[in-house]
Design a protein around this ligand. Structure first.
Ligand code: PEP
Ligand code: MG
Length: 579
């Protein structure tokens, strides 16, 4: 049994079969060859070896011409490894005698060799990389056009991958993917957010482990503790089965809160809104008793489609959400593309610092036809219900004014053509940059509401990449600098009488509920899966006590101290349910 620690990003535990994707996205299930097909499969293997061999020779010759014999020797060594008699015999015997699928034989055998090298404590351990290169090349040649993708999954699996982009995650088939773990990824990455939206357990930032697993092996994914357990023993499996069962009971208990208001013990009504990425998620928010949708991340319309969405695509998505909400509000955030939210097949422009680059509202203002298309659809949807629009990542007042000007222009256009929309549609902005928080007293005069995006606010305040596991420790909502900017934002909004929301992941973590209520927040926007628990905490606390907690936390000067204090305050709460 091997327990690996990663970063817990989406709660829940699950037990299942591994589906392994390596860094090039190859999927290698444990599969067997029919006896009658052994010769054909051996021929396929031989063909892949020959192709790989030709590729290596071509590389060797090119490098020899360009850099000389010394460098060409690296490729000569690859060739020697590939044609090593013992390796070739092992591969053939795996197919002929054990009836392994050639892909599976290549992956298992070469990874075993690589591990032997890796475990050597000297310069030879570097040779493991060469073996992985050969494996990749053989797999590429074996799989060719038949390369299977995640889309082809048709039975329950736990995906284990080097990395998953937000768009790959968004395209996971929820019917079959029970959870995932990745080697890369940080606590605030959109991959993590999408996992929470999908309601599947996820662990990211585990570090190298995918090479140690074969497709089909049993694994346990513990999204509560951030663990992935390989080759689990019977006792651990039994223990996790109990945990799964107890989670089902808790969910059923929390379900009973559905129709009760999120009202504190001293009678203050809190609005709990849902965060969605896809229209289909609105049902989960409603079934958990949301007060509306506080953040609709519309960029996922782009991330899940090969073509740029048309105005009708936008309109269809928005109107389905508006109709499902039956009069409750929905805050549609305009496209927040860029940084880690790029389509897989569109290679992002080379930007040295994509998080500080042409993303979000900056991109929308640069690509006006795309922005106008979206705004037309939002406005048309506003004729159908309580629609509000919100601009992401605003960092200067000029951006806000420009965005509002484009909106006014699109409104004029629609009016001219007699197309219905709400001319008083509320317009809000996200507070996600320190600049926006610091300047909020100016911005606030020009918006109808604000929503604090703590995911980015943490990233930009602490100068720490939200998607990088190496600095995950620093990415901390408890940091006093973040708390001060948050408090300032909420104070400025309250003084101006402008409604404020917090829609970052922090809002969905019950550890922060008392702190946020104590800072004056009355509206939280959280992933659907977090609604019941947040509601339960709201119903268990008084605003008076929360104020005291906020005051104490804000007086602290270190994230660690704040975290242990807030955890402690949460533990002290009496558990209340709607029963
Ligand atoms: C945020 O930054 O907190 C936020 C809600 O937006 P996103 O996570 O989509 O960047
Ligand atoms: Mg953001």
């Amino acid at each position: 049994m091997l327990k690996l620690q990663g970063i817990a990003v989406s709660p829940g535990v699950t037990i299942g079969e591994a589906l392994v994707l390596d860094s090039e996205g190859f999927r290698i299930p444990r599969r067997f060859v029919e006896r009658s097909a052994v010769d054909t499969e051996l021929a396929r293997l031989a063909h892949a070896v020959a192709e790989t061999s030709r590729e290596v020779e071509r590389n060797r010759d090119a490098i020899r011409t360009e850099l000389g014999e010394q460098y060409a020797a690296i490729f000569q060594a690859h060739l020697a490894m590939l044609h090593d008699q013992r390796l070739q015999q092992e591969l053939q015997s795996a197919v002929r005698d054990r009836n392994w699928w050639p892909e599976y034989a290549v992956s298992r055998t070469l990874r075993r060799y690589a591990k032997v090298f890796q475990n050597l404590d000297n310069h030879i351990s570097q040779r493991a990389h060469d073996i992985y290169d050969i494996e990749k090349s053989l797999l590429r040649n074996l799989l060719g056009q038949r390369r299977e993708t995640l889309a082809a999954v048709s039975q329950p699996v736990i995906v284990l991958a080097h990395n998953l982009t937000p768009s790959e995650t968004a395209n996971l088939d929820r019917r079959f993917v029970k959870g995932f773990a990745t080697e890369l990824g940080g606590p605030g990455s959109h991959t993590a957010i999408v996992a929470e939206g999908l309601g599947i357990p996820a662990v990211v930032g585990v570090g190298p482990f995918v090479a140690d697993v074969s497709g089909g092996e049993p694994v346990i994914l513990d999204g509560n503790q951030g663990l992935i357990i390989l080759q689990p023993d019977e006792e651990t499996i039994a223990q996790y089965r109990l945990e799964e069962e107890s989670a089902r009971h808790t969910a059923a208990r929390l379900d009973r809160l559905r129709d009760l208001p999120a009202e504190t013990t001293d009678g203050v009504r809190i609005q709990i809104m849902g965060n969605i990425e896809f229209p289909s998620e609105v049902e989960q928010c409603i079934s958990r008793g949301c007060d509306g949708v506080g953040l609709y991340r519309t960029e996922f319309l782009y991330l899940t489609s090969r073509l740029e969405p048309t105005e009708e695509d936008h309109f269809e998505a928005y109107s389905s959400v508006v109709k499902a909400l039956g009069g409750k509000p929905v805050v549609i955030r305009t496209l927040d593309l860029g940084a880690d939210k790029m389509r897989t097949e569109t290679k992002p422009e080379e930007e040295r610092n994509p998080c500080l680059g042409l993303r979000s509202i900056r991109l929308s203002l640069r690509q006006l036809p795309m922005f106008r298309t979206q705004l037309r659809a939002v406005l048309r949807a506003s004729a159908l219900g309580d629609v509000r629009v919100m601009f992401p990542l605003v960092s200067t007042i000029v951006e806000l004014r420009q965005a509002r000007m484009v909106l006014a222009d699109v409104m004029e256009d629609l009016a001219e053509h007699g197309i219905a929309f709400n001319p008083k549609m509320p317009v809000g902005m996200m507070v996600e940059t320190p600049a926006a928080a610091v300047m909020l007293d100016a911005f606030i005069k020009e918006v109808d509401f604000v929503s604090v995006g703590t995911n980015d606010l943490i990233q930009y305040t602490l100068a720490v990449d939200r998607g990088n596991k190496e600095v995950a420790e620093l990415y901390n909502a408890c940091d006093p600098a973040v708390l001060r900017l948050l408090r300032r934002s909420l104070d400025v909004a309250a003084a101006a009488g402008v409604p404020a929301n917090v829609c970052g992941q922090m809002s969905g973590s019950v550890m922060f509920t008392q702190l946020l209520l104590g800072m004056g927040l009355r509206q939280l926007s959280v992933p659907a899966s977090a609604i019941p628990e947040v509601k339960q905490v709201c119903r268990s606390v008084s605003v008076a006590d929360c104020r005291l907690i906020a005051e104490n936390a804000l007086a602290m000067d270190g994230a660690r101290e704040v975290k242990s204090y807030l955890r402690d305050q949460l533990r002290r709460l009496p558990v209340q349910t709607g029963a």
